[in-house]
Design a protein around this ligand. Structure first.
Ligand SMILES: [Zn+2]
Length: 185
């Protein structure tokens, strides 16, 4: 009896059933349902915007990507290899390895990033440095044509203020925060 007075019976509430069942038809629920429907409807637009932003980032970094494609392309003519991993085109072995090895400190350089290309010595060196280089790819997407000037100005500033020009460079610190290793931009 008490139960009936407090909560009624399913028949008293008609199709809605128990009082808590009414919650399903409340404004709050309608609001949330409407939001979910709107979100689902906008997903194609969200992915379209994401794709457009990605294309802009690729274009923004493209001067360096073209340089990387040129070096990696020449490397391919001399026994080099190429593959795509994540957002980057990776060149290694053959002429690319020869090129990386002859850079300053090249024998200690596993890989270096130019825009959306990564020039590595070997398959293994790219595997080791991939997380680190992915941070540099993101930096190229952010800085575009200003990436290398900003990178070298940062290095020069660190050197002039008595810090390590490579490891204290903020671009490298960001990359080393994600993953360790010894490699150049
Ligand atoms: Zn680095």
């Amino acid at each position: 009896m008490v139960f009936t007075l407090a909560f009624g019976t399913p028949s008293l509430f008609g199709d809605a059933g128990w009082p808590w069942y009414d919650f399903r038809h409340s404004d709050v629920v309608r609001f949330v349902q409407g939001g979910v429907v709107k979100l689902l409807r906008c997903t194609p637009q969200v992915s379209l915007i994401a794709n457009l932003l990605f294309i802009l980032r690729v274009l923004w970094a493209s001067p360096y990507t073209l340089l990387g494609l040129l070096i990696g392309g020449v490397g391919l003519c001399f026994g080099g290899r190429v593959r795509i991993r994540g957002r980057a085109i990776e060149f290694y072995d053959g002429g690319t390895k020869w090129f990386v090895h002859r850079l300053p400190h090249g024998q200690f350089t596993l890989a270096l990033t130019l825009g959306h290309t990564i020039l590595g010595q070997t398959d293994a060196s790219l595997e080791i440095s991939r997380k680190h280089e992915a941070v540099h790819v993101a930096q190229y997407e952010r800085w575009g044509p200003f990436m290398l000037p900003a990178y070298f100005i940062s290095s020069a500033f660190m050197w002039m203020t008595g810090r390590q020009f490579y490891r204290d460079n903020p671009f490298e610190r960001e990359a080393y925060d994600v993953d360790g290793g010894e490699h150049d931009p």
